[in-house]
Design a protein around this ligand. Structure first.
Ligand code: PBG
Length: 323
C-alpha cells in the first residue's frame, strides 16, 4: 500500500486553494498601450483582438481603468505619422512618444510606473531597431548614440523606466551613462536581456504599422542557441540593468526560469502579441476555455520566475481579480 497519496491535497477546491503557492496580483501585471499620432478615434489592430491603437486622448481613460484595477505599471509604444532613415522623431521632445509620456506622468503622478519603449523601430522608415550603415546593415555603435538621446528625451518627459528593446550590444551601458550624465540617475532601465527573433511578433508589427522588410536576426537572438539568453542577461546586469526582461515568454519559459535563478534583480516576462493571439484565436474557435487558459498561462509565467508579467490581458484580468 502506498503511504504517499498526493491526491489527498487535490480532493476539494478548498484543499487545492490551501496549498496553491503561485498567485497573480494586479500589481504583477504591466499593461502595454499603443498610441498613434493623428488618430481621431481608437482603432482596432489586425491580429490583436481586443487591443486598440489609442488617440492622444483616449489612452488616458485606459490609465484610469488600469489604476482603478490595481495595475501599477504601463508600457507605452507610440506610432508616429512621419518616419525617416534615422527615426529622428524618437529623439524629439515634442515627438509623439515624449508627449504621451509627459501626459501620462501628469495624469497619474507617482501612482503608476510609466515605462517607455526605448526602440527606434516604430520611428524608422525601414522599420529596423537601429540606423543603417552604407551596406544597409544595422550599425550597432552609431545606433547607441540615438538611443542615448532618445533616453534623455524620454527621461525628461517623465518616464520612470526605459525598456531597452533594441538589442544593440552595449545598449544598457550606453543608456545608463547617458542618463547619468544628463542628470537622470534615478530613471531606471528595464533591459530586454533575452529577446529572441520570434515569429510571434507579427500582430505587434501591425500595432505599430511597422515598415520592416526582412527580419531582425542580426540583433535579436537565435532560438536555436541555448545559453545565449543568460549570457545577454548577465551582460545587461553588468551594464546597470535595474530589471531584466525575457521575451517572448511562453515559448521561452526555460530561459525565464534560468534567468530568475541566475539573477537577483527583478525579472519581467513579455507575453507577446502572437502568443496572445494564439490563445484568442483558439478560444474564439472553441478549442480552449478562454478565461481558465489565460489564468493558466499567467500562472505558468509567474511560476517560471517572472516577478512582472507584461501582457495585453493585464487590464481585463486585473479587473476580474478585483470582482
Ligand atoms: C520593439 C518591440 C517589439 C515588441 C515589443 N517591442 C517588436 C519587435 O521586436 O519586432 C513586440 C511585442 C509583441 O509582439 O507583443 N520595439
Amino acid at each position: 500500500m502506498t503511504t504517499r497519496r498526493p491526491r489527498r491535497l487535490r480532493r476539494t477546491e478548498s484543499l487545492r486553494q490551501l496549498v496553491a503557492n503561485v498567485h497573480i496580483h494586479p500589481s504583477d501585471l504591466m499593461l502595454p498601450i499603443f498610441v498613434k499620432e493623428g488618430l481621431t478615434e481608437p482603432q482596432e489592430i489586425t491580429g490583436l483582438p481586443g487591443v486598440l491603437q489609442h488617440t492622444e486622448e483616449s489612452f488616458l481613460s485606459v490609465l484610469d481603468a488600469a489604476r482603478d484595477a490595481g495595475i501599477v505599471s504601463v508600457m507605452f509604444f507610440a506610432v508616429p505619422l512621419d518616419r525617416d532613415e534615422t527615426g529622428s522623431q524618437a529623439c524629439r521632445s515634442d515627438g509623439i512618444l515624449s508627449r504621451v509620456i509627459r501626459r501620462a506622468r501628469g495624469h497619474v503622478g507617482d501612482q503608476m510606473v510609466v515605462v517607455a519603449d526605448l526602440c527606434l523601430d516604430e520611428f524608422t522608415s525601414h522599420g529596423h531597431c537601429g540606423v543603417l550603415d552604407d551596406r544597409g546593415e544595422v550599425d550597432n555603435d552609431a545606433t547607441l548614440t540615438h538611443y542615448v538621446s532618445m533616453a534623455t528625451v524620454l527621461a525628461q518627459a517623465g518616464a520612470d523606466l526605459l525598456g531597452t528593446s533594441g538589442m544593440m550590444d552595449g545598449q544598457v551601458g550606453a543608456v545608463r551613462t547617458g542618463l547619468d550624465q544628463a542628470g537622470f540617475s534615478s530613471v531606471g532601465i528595464l533591459a530586454y536581456g533575452a529577446k529572441y527573433a520570434s515569429n510571434f511578433y507579427g500582430p505587434f508589427r501591425n500595432a505599430v504599422d511597422s515598415q520592416l522588410v526582412g527580419d531582425r536576426k542580426t540583433y535579436q537572438q537565435d532560438f536555436r542557441r541555448s545559453g545565449e539568453g543568460i549570457d545577454e542577461v548577465l551582460l545587461d546586469c553588468e551594464q546597470g540593468a535595474d530589471i531584466v526582461m525575457v521575451k517572448p515568454a511562453l515559448l521561452y519559459l526555460d530561459v525565464l526560469s534560468q534567468v530568475s535563478q541566475r539573477t537577483t534583480i527583478p525579472v519581467a516576462a513579455y507575453i507577446i502579441s502572437g502568443e496572445y493571439s494564439m490563445v484568442e484565436v483558439a478560444a474564439a474557435a472553441g478549442v480552449v476555455d478562454r478565461e481558465s487558459t489565460i489564468l493558466e498561462i499567467l500562472t505558468a509565467v509567474k511560476r517560471a520566475g517572472a516577478d512582472i508579467i507584461c501582457t495585453y490581458w493585464a487590464l481585463e484580468f486585473a479587473e476580474k481579480l478585483g470582482k
